[in-house]
Design a protein around this ligand. Structure first.
Ligand code: PMP
Length: 424
């Protein structure tokens, strides 16, 4: 028995899907201790949008460490934080005509969501939050409360003041979807909600996009009822779907935006919320904590913004790189009655399978062939692909070959009768 089995908690999960010891990585490739190489199409759950250990970011970290720069600064001021804020303003907010203020939350997606939910309640003096079925916003109390994938064990079931609206995926009739959405704002006897929290593409829920029309309708209702529109861009943001902020292509203007995962670009933890200035009603220190100033992450985040977001090149290349992957997945899906056409946007893609069992099998067999892909979805039935935004054409081709081979293998071993449910 190795030390992981001996003393690491039973809660560990990804190591069960990929039972090897990963030791080094570069770009899309990860190598384990035995020297086996894998193509990483999961990229730290979307926290490595520029691939592993990009030399620009690694050199930046080494230089900063050598210079004796401060690592934890709480929320005091440092040159590293100043440079990051400047570049965020110059490369992201300014060119998009956005004037958000930046709150550094705890260093994870879930803490950004917690801060957004609490701020919405304070700023509006209301309590209720509306969210979509199938959404996922994190593992801390309020984030679980506004997630639509069911509460994990140990969390009291009744978290107050949350209304669930069916996502389009669950509610194919447009008329009923619009009715249910409207009712979340106007239910008789209830105060309108403090906030509507939404992912433009549901990540954990199965790579299910929320349509532009639906996002705009949510925004219209939010404006009509004084409700804040919160976009959780933790997974879909930082270029994953093409634009730096995923909602840019939908033409909506959220009041609050949650970002984390790929902000630092090298997997260093970092989380923040963007807040419309008039809503920045926090008292100093009201939402405080030890880890508000990961300066190494500020350094790499600044370098990532200047390397990839000073122009529109990466955004354009995401759609170029996405196209062959989508086409390849679509071709694979036509070969088997238990696969549906790919879902998603940009390089956030899902391959829906008939059930959890086959999706797990695809992932397990892909690992054996040297490809890392995870599963997600309402029933764990979707194979998720999150390659680096810098993935090469050749790497996409290899991944597709592996998936084609693996899905043929699955077809050979699949029990009779597990075909794709009609809903997908
Ligand atoms: N929001 C979304 C949309 C996410 O996908 C995730 C993580 N998968 C979170 C929040 C929570 O982020 P973290 O795991 O860093 O707490």
């Amino acid at each position: 028995m190795d030390v992981f089995d001996a003393i690491e908690s039973n809660v560990r999960a990804y190591c069960r899907r990929w039972p090897t010891v990963f030791s080094t990585a570069a770009g899309t490739k990860v190598t384990d201790e035995r020297g086996r190489e894998y193509l990483d199409f999961f990229t730290g759950a979307g926290s490595l949008n520029y691939g592993h250990n990009h030399p620009v970011l690694v050199e930046g970290m080494i230089d900063y460490l050598r210079s004796g720069g401060i690592l934890n600064s709480l929320d005091t001021m440092t040159p590293a934080k100043r440079d990051f804020l400047r570049i965020l303003a110059d490369h992201i907010l300014g060119p998009r005509g956005m004037s958000y203020r930046v709150q550094f939350t705890g260093p994870a997606g879930t803490t950004a969501v917690e801060a957004a939910v609490r701020l919405a309640r304070i700023a509006t003096g209301r309590e209720r939050i509306v969210h979509l079925s199938g959404s996922y916003h994190g593992m801390t109390r309020d984030s679980i409360g506004v997630s639509g994938l069911g509460a994990p064990r140990g969390v009291p079931p009744a978290i107050r003041g949350v209304t669930t609206v069916p996502h389009e995926f669950e509610q194919p009739s447009a008329g009923r979807a619009a009715e249910e959405l409207e009712r979340a704002f106007t239910a008789p006897g209830s105060t309108p909600p403090a906030a509507f929290i939404v992912e433009t593409v549901q990540g954990e829920g199965g790579v299910r996009p929320t349509t532009t029309a639906r996002l705009r309708e949510i925004e219209r209702l939010c404006r009509a009822h004084g409700t804040l529109l919160v976009v959780d861009d933790v997974q879909a943001g930082c270029g994953r779907t093409g634009p730096f902020l995923s909602f840019e292509s939908d033409g909506v203007e959220p009041d609050v935006v949650c970002l984390s995962k790929s902000l630092s670009g090298v997997g260093l933890p970092m989380g923040l919320v963007l807040i419309r200035p008039s809503l920045d009603v926090w008292d100093p220190g009201e939402y405080s904590g030890t880890f508000r100033g990961n300066n190494l992450a500020f350094v790499t985040a600044r370098l990532a913004l200047s390397e990839w977001w000073s122009d529109g090149a990466l955004r354009r290349s995401v759609s170029q790189r996405s196209r062959p992957l989508v086409q390849g997945l679509a071709a694979i899906a036509t070969r088997h009655d238990w696969l549906a056409p790919p879902t998603g946007r940009g390089l956030m893609l899902g391959l829906p399978c008939a059930d959890r069992h086959v999706a797990d099998l695809v992932s397990t067999l892909a690992f054996a062939q040297g490809l890392l892909v995870e599963t997600c979805g309402r029933r764990g039935e979707v194979v998720k692909l999150l390659p680096p935004l810098t993935v090469t054409k050749a790497e996409v081709e290899v991944a597709l070959q592996i998936l084609e081979h693996v899905t043929d293998q699955v077809a050979g071993s699949r029990p009779v009768g597990s075909t794709l449910p009609a809903a997908t």
